[in-house]
Design a protein around this ligand. Structure first.
Ligand code: DON
Length: 307
């Protein structure tokens, strides 16, 4: 028998209290200098459901850097532009390696495993950028995110983007390696400039949960992509959205999810809800430590799972 849904506001308040009291908060990403100074004590969570008010707790109205969560939105744009032709340039298998790994890219001749590891996301951005300028591409991305969230205030933090342009040596290495295999169509600095800016989109948990509604589907959700595409993006989030921690997230939470090194996670309960959680400290996979724990609690208490 289906589990009865508990009242969500007290549940989010309780999850926030537990997270706030937690002593082991993980480690804030410091390889992007502008993110190193983010206060690790912040925690926010929000649930958006089609046609219902957003429920939220903690620092759910504080903007944070969505980083790799942006890869979900760019993937939706790339599929809209190329359809299944995208898969000739990037795969759809979990990598089992860290998000910025070079290892498989060399073994597999410049064909990245999936659109969520950095190499695959760089190819995805490169595909959307082809035939357009970085400004147009980022404009299209912001239009998509703002339409999904129903919020025109969402913007890109230029300082975060610049901070990564100055220090993103691994991403430059990946881009040049892709270029050497003919799998980058624009100059590396243009594709990476676009990619770093997309990662520097700032959103609150409330905005991100609402933006995730386009992946929930059903009556009242914004219809920005087809139902078939919703299924496929969710499948990729489930199998690849947490990098080499994707199996662990599926085991503990049981929902499609996409993480970012800013400490945000977007998870989807198909047909029911989109959830955003944010806590800047990361686990050893580079995914939010308390965010994952909070999602595990929320899934257990609501019974929300795709299994
Ligand atoms: O390219 C990078 O390294 C960052 N802009 C994004 C990486 C990221 O968010 C990985 N997620 N956990």
């Amino acid at each position: 028998m289906a589990q009865a849904l508990p009242p969500l506001q007290p549940l989010l308040d309780e999850i926030t209290e537990v997270a706030r009291a937690s002593e082991n908060r993980g480690k804030v990403a410091d390889y992007i200098p502008e993110l190193a100074g983010v206060d690790p004590d912040q925690f926010g969570i929000a649930i958006a459901r089609p046609g219902q008010p957003t429920v939220m707790a903690g620092d759910a109205q504080v903007p944070f850097s969505i980083q790799s969560v942006s890869k979900v939105f760019m993937l939706a744009l790339a599929l809209g532009k190329l359809g299944d032709r995208l898969w000739s340039r990037v795969g759809r298998e979990p990598s089992g390696h860290s998000f910025d790994s070079m290892l498989l890219l060399e073994l597999e001749k410049g064909y990245p495993r999936n659109p969520f590891i950095n190499a695959g996301a760089i190819v995805t951005t490169d595909a959307v950028l082809q035939g357009a300028t970085p400004r147009e591409t980022l404009g299209a991305l912001l239009r998509f995110i703002r339409a999904a969230a129903g919020d025109e205030a969402i913007h890109i933090n230029e300082r975060v983007a610049r901070s990564e342009i100055a220090t993103g040596h691994r991403n430059f290495a990946l881009a040049h390696y892709l270029l050497s295999h003919g799998n980058l169509k624009n100059p590396p600095e243009l594709t990476l400039g676009t990619y770093f800016h997309q990662c520097a989109v700032e959103m609150t948990c409330a905005q991100l949960a609402n933006a995730g509604l386009f992946l929930v589907g059903g009556a009242g959700a914004p219809r920005l992509v087809s139902q078939a595409r919703i299924r496929r993006i969710n499948a990729l989030m489930m199998t690849c959205g947490h990098y080499d921690g994707s199996g662990d997230y599926a085991f503990r939470v049981g929902l499609p999810g996409k993480s970012g090194v800013g400490g945000g996670i977007l998870s989807v309960v198909p047909g029911v809800a989109a959830i955003a959680v944010w806590s800047p400290g990361l686990n050893h996979y580079g995914n939010s430590k308390l965010g994952t724990e909070a999602m595990e609690q929320l899934a257990a208490r609501t019974g929300w799972s795709v299994f």
